[in-house]
Write a protein that binds this ligand. Sequence first.
Ligand code: NAP
Length: 246
Amino acid sequence: MLEGKKAIITGASRGIGRAIAIDFAKNGAAVALIYAGNSEAAAEVVTQIKNEGGEAFAYQCDVRSFEDTKKTVEDIINNFTRVDILVNNAGITKDGLMLTMSEENFNMVMDTNLKGTFHMIRHLYSHMMKQRKGRIINMASVAGVMGNAGQSNYAGAKAGIIGLTKSVAKELASRNVTCNAIAPGFIQTDMTAKLTDRVVETALQQIPLKRMGYPEEVAKLATFLASDNAAYITGQVIQIDGGLCM
Ligand code: NAP
């Protein structure tokens, strides 16, 4: 579905981003993986993709930094000559009730999830505009759609991503660049492995399909949105949550 495309995926060393990188490569895209610090995990993804006959490169880059992301995007464009697909997936949680939330934990979550998304789009904006073709996919969350007690920082950042997605979709539609958001529910990754059994049990009771999702399921949706088959979809928030939020 993505033959000959060049893609950037942030947060691709683990979890959902890793699954997206592998699925994109299986579908014919060359992928640039961005990760924060886990070089070993990123190298493992690159090796797996190469072993399966794909093309992949890893870039260590802090998406919270305007300068770091600018340099990394320049390096990737120099390597790939063009970028067709951007997936803003890097994200973190620092949960806690608003009553006791530190400014540091609020800022860290905003800077990684929301500002990181801004940085990457900002640095690829004119490139995709001039190209008159492109796909931007931003990882939101059902928390950004319906809120979640104990996640006001995270839900705020993800709701911000939804507003940003729709605005960028409107700005870039005339240039044939689409911008959509994916809003996953509970997906089995390191992020949700931190949750207590009680939290998971409660969540499962609220999910009509009665299970957590797999990163590979989110990856299939990302691959579709990145493909030519999704040419008439823009500004949308696609939920993938087993029916949790409807
Ligand atoms: P994860 O397993 O914890 O992986 C996080 C990824 O983000 C890692 O590759 C990490 O790199 C990277 N990252 C973190 N901070 C970064 C930074 N400052 N700069 C660059 N990369 C950074 O997370 P996940 O569960 O796959 O989540 C992926 C996305 O889906 C996130 O945006 C998350 O909010 C969203 N989401 C997840 C769920 C879920 O249930 N899992 C639900 C809804 C939405 P390192 O490996 O180098 O640390």
